[in-house]
Design a protein around this ligand. Structure first.
Ligand code: SF4
Length: 690
């Protein structure tokens, strides 16, 4: 029975479960139930402000739709099962498949929305139980190219400077990012910069909410980043605006870059930007005392994603805009824990802290710490998230998904569904029954951010605490606890964790760059940025001061050729489709669509089409239209606007039977990122507007 004190309001400080800005907030609890959210005013990240998603982030937690019991598919129908039954079945099936087909027949995928501790637990389990590196996370389809590209340019695949540091800058170059909608509290910093009089240049094919803030908006042809960046660097070098001392002391590769950009003396035929504008923004960026680049998925979600990121690296290195306050290259992370899921080693070629599995000493250290036989851990590059799906049924026979909805969020939904059907065995661990659970053999109820302790690492490498406010529903369990149950069932040592902190400390013990990031240090509202190698270390808000993170301490410039997207508009499919987000939704809407206000704001999908194109096709505002690609077709509402150029369409990625029915699975060769931001489609009118 409740007492008066149970009913007193309790405020639990934690971190927003949505985007990678990592805003602090208080969950408000009364009588063991969430009743609201109160901004956490002491957080230096959001200073007591929240966006619409943050304000409503508690609403889905107590939804009656939550998964409360394990479910097993029997004779084609899902039935409730006990935890023992579910765990026994998973261990039996995975072990059978492993014994018959080996470690490459299993695939493990974790979400960037769950806590670091869950991600670390899953990759440790995959590696210890089945000696496989086939473990990945959904950063693969958002910022995989940032990890690859920034590592190649600077030696560390992470943002270089904190969000608030834009206020120390003299120019913001925002490229392929609609921060105001996708990362609203990072967008707030951009607005503050504008109020301070700091010039803002936005490079984007679309007139986005962020472009509206800019002093200069540069519209360019979709997916022509490298041509535009090379063209800018051609002028920077031609006019002697490169930072010669910085290049000589701190970088390598300048000659390759210089030779390459000569070919881009005038690339307007590719990127569509007049040369006067290219020259102007090149001068602006190169001559600003401190200039920062902020980019997002417009850069990464392409088959040239890694090279696009390296182009941003080239720009910063050639002008010396890196390694001090007010400069840098900062990817804005879409999900709350994109940075952390990668940091935790849920990646096919590295352990936590980006320690390469190919290095014998790294494997030996983990074998010892994880109670494994010497020489047992694999050295091969595991299969990525996208490759695991493509290989389902042939090489990959069983898959384990934690917090993912692949039939909506991965490219070419019809292909994903067909591939999941080919698996011998599939596990989905989640908080709701999502569209992908139908393809599972076992569905397990995990817990959400409000029901567990742990940490999220934000896009600025700040490790923020997540704190339990209420109990999970029914028989749900902490996600790391489920992994621990599986491991213990298999007789593995090293999984006897009693708390999220135990899992975190397990990770710290094998991860030098995060050894000093303790739960105690995270009690401070400002928490701590990694790298933080010792208990005494204060953390590192700004990377690459004096020396790059690469082994030789140098930043590397690359001569990069522009390559067109894998599929371009043609006579049959004459439109280019770009995809993105809206401010009111998060990923596949399993959480945000359960918040009444967010559902009200954007209840269904729509596509932006240029006014001239709509007129030619006889399409009116809010009319239902058919959009098809070589992979599938959808029906959606037209939004007629000049925000997109003629021949270009824009659609948010959040909806089932939406954008990803159309998108292309072609991969970036370096990061295996699919081309989510560019494919060819056609548009047909099907009904008159109401
Ligand atoms: Fe949450 Fe991002 Fe909004 Fe902050 S900006 S409240 S982290 S969704």
């Amino acid at each position: 029975m409740s007492t008066m004190s149970d009913k007193a309001l309790k405020y639990v400080p934690t971190t927003c479960p949505y985007c990678g800005v990592g805003c602090g907030l208080n969950l408000v609890v009364s009588d063991g139930k969430l009743v609201g959210v109160e901004p956490y005013k002491r957080s230096p990240i959001n200073e007591g402000k929240l966006c619409p998603k943050g304000m409503t982030c508690w609403e889905h937690v107590q939804s009656p739709d939550r998964l409360t019991k394990p479910k097993i598919k029997k004779n084609g129908k899902f039935v409730d099962a006990s935890w023992d039954e579910a765990i026994d079945l998973i261990v039996k099936k995975f072990t059978e498949i492993y014994k018959q087909h080996g470690p490459k027949a299993l695939g493990f995928q974790t979400s960037c929305r769950t806590v670091n501790e869950d991600c670390y637990a899953l990759q440790k389990f995959a590696r210890c139980a089945f000696l496989t590196n086939n473990v990945d996370n959904c950063a693969r389809i958002c910022h995989g190219p940032s990890v690859a590209g920034l590592s190649l340019s600077f030696g560390s695949g992470a943002a270089t400077n904190p969000f608030e540091d834009v206020l120390n800058s003299d120019l913001l170059l925002i490229w392929g990012s609609n921060a105001v909608e996708a990362h609203p509290l990072a967008g707030r910093r951009i607005m503050q910069a504008k109020q301070k009089g700091i010039p803002i240049v936005v490079v984007d094919p679309r007139y986005s909410a962020t472009a509206r803030l800019a002093d200069k908006w540069v519209r360019f042809n979709p997916s022509t980043h490298i041509a535009l960046a090379n063209n800018m660097m051609y002028y920077i070098i031609k006019e002697g605006l490169e930072d010669k001392a910085f290049i000589a002391e701190r970088t390598k590769g300048f000659d390759d870059l210089k030779a390459m950009v000569q070919k881009y003396a005038d690339a307007t035929n590719i990127h569509g930007v007049p040369q006067e504008t290219v020259k102007e923004i090149a001068r602006q960026y190169a001559t600003a005392k401190n200039a920062v680049i902020i980019y997002c998925l417009g850069i990464t979600e392409l088959t040239t994603g890694t090279d696009n990121v390296r182009s941003m690296g080239n720009l910063s290195l050639v002008t010396g805009n890196i390694g001090r306050p007010g400069v840098g290259v900062n990817p804005l992370r879409g999900q709350n824990n994109v940075q952390g899921a990668c940091d935790m080693g849920a990646y096919p070629n590295v352990f936590a802290g980006y320690q390469a599995v190919a290095v014998p000493e790294n494997r030996a250290k983990h074998e010892k710490a994880w109670f494994l036989k010497e020489g047992s851990l694999p050295d091969w590059y595991g299969s990525t998230l996208t490759e695991q799906i493509n290989d389902a049924g042939t090489v990959v026979k069983a898959m384990y998904f934690m917090g993912l909805n692949p039939t909506v969020s991965y490219p070419d939904s019809n292909h994903v569904r067909q591939q999941l059907e080919k698996l011998d065995f599939c596990v989905m661990q989640d908080i709701f029954w999502n569209e992908s659970c139908d393809y599972a053999d076992v569905v397990l109820p995990g817990t959400c951010f409000a029901e567990k302790d742990g940490t999220f690492t934000s896009g600025e490498r700040r490790v923020n605490r997540v704190r339990k406010a209420v109990d999970g529903p029914g028989e749900s369990k902490y996600d790391w606890e489920i992994i621990s149950m599986l491991a213990k069932k298999m007789g593995l040592k090293g999984f006897d964790w009693k708390s999220a902190k135990d899992v975190w400390d397990d990770m710290r013990a094998v991860t030098p760059g995060q050894f000093g990031v303790t739960y105690e240090k995270m009690e401070k509202p400002e928490s701590v940025h990694w790298p933080c190698p010792t208990i005494e270390h204060p953390g590192t808000p700004i990377l690459h001061i004096g020396k790059f993170s690469a082994a030789d301490g140098k930043g590397t410039m690359f001569g990069l050729e522009y390559r067109p997207p894998a599929e371009v508009a043609d006579a049959q499919y004459p439109f280019t489709l770009m995809t993105g987000r809206v401010i009111f939704h998060y990923h596949t809407r399993t959480q945000t669509d359960r918040a009444a206000q967010l559902h009200y704001e954007v209840p269904e999908s729509y596509i932006q089409i240029n006014t001239e194109d709509a007129k030619k096709l006889g399409i009116q505002e809010r009319e239902k239209i058919k959009v098809s690609s070589r992979r599938g077709e959808i029906e959606t509402l037209a939004r007629v606007t000049d925000d997109v150029a003629p021949g270009v369409l824009y659609m948010a990625m959040h909806f089932h039977k939406g954008a990803n029915t159309l998108t292309n699975t072609a991969l970036d060769p370096l990061s295996k990122m699919p081309e989510l931001k560019h494919c060819a489609v056609k548009v047909e009118k099907i009904a008159e507007a109401k």
